[in-house]
Write a protein that binds this ligand. Structure first.
Ligand code: HEC
Ligand code: HEC
Ligand code: HEC
Ligand code: HEC
Ligand code: HEC
Length: 448
């Protein structure tokens, strides 16, 4: 009966709300760093550590603030995920951050994440916090001189990340981001490969052990989870001077996709040359792009040249203002507002106008064609590059003024492969991919 009551009290626990805590109940990450220096060094500079400071987020937050006031939307909506300690301690609103303590400005930080005792489900951050002596983790045998440790299986599962990596509109419930659901519906979920396997180990596209110590005074472990939390953000990490995380983001992007091209090597003048390109999501455990996909852009650039190097066809180039060739297909999501017009303001979204993103382990086909001109010399050579950009240049110029930031264009994959981004995934084919997943799952059973 007693046990039942305890179980019941967790199940009925409600998500933490504004004013439930004061910010001094949470430790600054520097305190954890005394014993968990490695975890700290990995997390420091990540988008989690910058989730409040992120200037791109802040600019959108201020726009949301104005709209929220006008339309009666909840003021603290964005802060639940981006500045969680600020929200639960009632330091936010005001949204200008003037009331925030130092610990709240650390964003998604150590003591916040390790004080999550339970979650009410997936999306819109329904965490149940219990800050204080107990730090929740995964090990049943961990002992620390400075805090209690409680093991909770939830920390090893995608459901933990799913608290914040699914976003629903605060009023009409439209799905605004669904990285968790995309994963849940993928072959990775079926094979038991969790977010943590790719984002908290050195493996990038599979679990890879990281032997060492979880705390400087703790025992050697066969695997210690890393805290880089790297995705595709090589823009804000670059501007904020987080070079280590920027480099890792480029590496992640270069492990996510592969290209295959079918095209004739020669053609007669006047003949139509048909080119078929396969774009494969070979490494990401969710769609590409994922997350804030109204901003993210993936597109293909294709160039055909003749034997003399003369350009025969070019698609997907940027214009001088950084706009993508309007003929190119951009893989992303387009939200529509109440009038059916496209909008980048997620809070104005009432429906999804367009979503052509590439599912995990799936491919899309792109067809290109041109007419072989007179005087062109065979053979024809084709070069394709798959590009990723964190946001449209036009939107960043609108927010911060033209010339302030250039959003970097990252090459995810090229065909023919050039050294830098080759990864061998397309060659091994579907059976090989399954074998990798199988190995990852088999390995998971052994990880320390
Ligand atoms: C005085 C040293 C010390 C400090 C300070 C400290 N810890 Fe620990 N912590 C340890 C040791 C030792 C372990 C056990 C490691 C092991 O068994 O491998 C541990 C274990 C943990 C675990 C469990 C790991 C697991 O695998 O489940 C978590 C979570 C944790 N600490 C979080 C924190 C957080 C968050 C802070 C800052 C608020 C913090 N610790 C501060 C020493 C410390
Ligand atoms: C986004 C939430 C999040 C943040 C931020 C975070 N952690 Fe963790 N941490 C986790 C999760 C989840 C795990 C367990 C991963 C698993 O077992 O699959 C973990 C594992 C750990 C472990 C155990 C590692 C191991 O394998 O033994 C320690 C120690 C730890 N974290 C300390 C910290 C410290 C210190 C910080 C701040 C520098 C921090 N964490 C920031 C979510 C977080
Ligand atoms: C409290 C909410 C919260 C939780 C829980 C959380 N995240 Fe995040 N995560 C965020 C926010 C907010 C950002 C974006 C910060 C920004 O870009 O300003 C983010 C960013 C990221 C990024 C970087 C994305 C990019 O574009 O580079 C990765 C990767 C990531 N999270 C993985 C994880 C994983 C894996 C887990 C589970 C172990 C997790 N997160 C748990 C809120 C959370
Ligand atoms: C099989 C490995 C794998 C798994 C599983 C996985 N990811 Fe990723 N993730 C990647 C790779 C590779 C990238 C870089 C490509 C990209 O940006 O989409 C990435 C990118 C991201 C991004 C940035 C998305 C973008 O397009 O800008 C976020 C956020 C993220 N992951 C969160 C998660 C969360 C949350 C989970 C679990 C629900 C998860 N990932 C599961 C490999 C994985
Ligand atoms: C349920 C959690 C959650 C809520 C609520 C939320 N976000 Fe986020 N936000 C995230 C996560 C997770 C990411 C990272 C995903 C990715 O990288 O694609 C993110 C990323 C962003 C980014 C991209 C930042 C960058 O550096 O590229 C912006 C801008 C942003 N959010 C603005 C907002 C605004 C404005 C609101 C409120 C209207 C909001 N978010 C509400 C979780 C949330």
């Amino acid at each position: 009966m007693f046990l039942l009551l305890i179980a019941g009290s967790f199940a009925s626990a409600e998500q933490s709300e504004a004013g439930d805590f004061i910010s001094s109940q949470f430790s600054k990450s520097g305190i954890c760093s005394n014993c968990h220096g490695n975890s700290f060094g990995e997390w420091d500079g990540s988008m989690h550590s910058n989730s409040d400071e992120d200037f791109f987020y802040q600019a959108m937050l201020q726009e949301y603030g104005a709209a929220a006031e006008a339309e009666g939307l909840p003021e603290g909506f964005c802060s639940r995920c981006h500045t969680p300690i600020g929200l639960v301690s009632g330091e936010i609103p005001p949204l200008d951050g003037s009331g925030l303590s130092e610990v709240a400005k650390e964003g998604v930080q150590c003591d916040f994440c390790h004080s999550v005792a339970e979650s009410e489900g997936i999306g819109n951050a329904p965490y149940v916090l219990d800050p204080g002596d107990v730090k929740w983790g995964r090990r049943t045998d961990a002992q620390s001189p400075s805090h209690e440790v409680e093991a909770h299986e939830f920390y090893t599962q995608s459901e933990y990340c799913g608290m914040c990596h699914n976003i629903y509109h605060p009023a009409n419930n439209l799905t605004l981001a669904a990285t968790y659901t995309e994963w849940k519906e993928s072959p990775y979920a079926a094979e038991g490969v969790q977010c943590q396997d790719c984002h908290m180990t050195p493996g990038i596209i599979e679990f890879e052990a990281n032997p060492g110590k979880a705390a400087s005074s703790g025992p050697e472990r066969e695997n210690v989870y890393t805290h880089y939390f790297v995705g595709g953000n090589a823009f804000v990490t670059d501007v904020l001077g987080e070079g280590r995380h920027e480099k890792r983001a480029i590496e992640y992007l270069q492990h996510a996709a592969a290209l295959d091209v079918k095209a004739p090597e020669a053609a007669e003048p006047g003949e139509v040359v048909d080119i078929e390109v396969e774009i494969i999501n070979s490494g990401a455990g969710h769609k590409i792009p994922s997350g804030v996909t109204e901003e993210r852009e993936i597109w293909l650039e294709l160039t055909a040249t003749d034997a003399d190097g003369k350009e025969l066809y070019h698609s997907g180039a940027l214009d001088e203002a950084g706009g993508i060739d309007p003929e190119a297909t951009v893989y992303h999501t387009v939200f529509a507002d109440s009038e059916g017009q496209p909008t980048l303001k997620a809070w104005e979204a009432e429906s999804i106008l367009y979503d052509n993103r590439i599912s995990p382990k799936a491919l899309v086909l792109e067809n290109h064609s041109f007419v072989m001109p007179e005087g062109a010399a065979n053979p024809i050579s084709i070069k394709t590059v798959l590009h990723y950009r964190s946001a449209p240049q036009e939107h960043i110029d609108e927010l911060f003024g033209g010339g302030t930031y250039t959003v970097p264009v990252i090459d995810m994959a090229t065909y023919p492969e050039t050294g830098a981004s080759s990864q061998g995934i397309p060659e091994i084919g579907a059976t090989g991919m399954l074998a990798i997943v199988f190995l990852a799952v088999a390995y998971r059973k052994f990880k320390g």
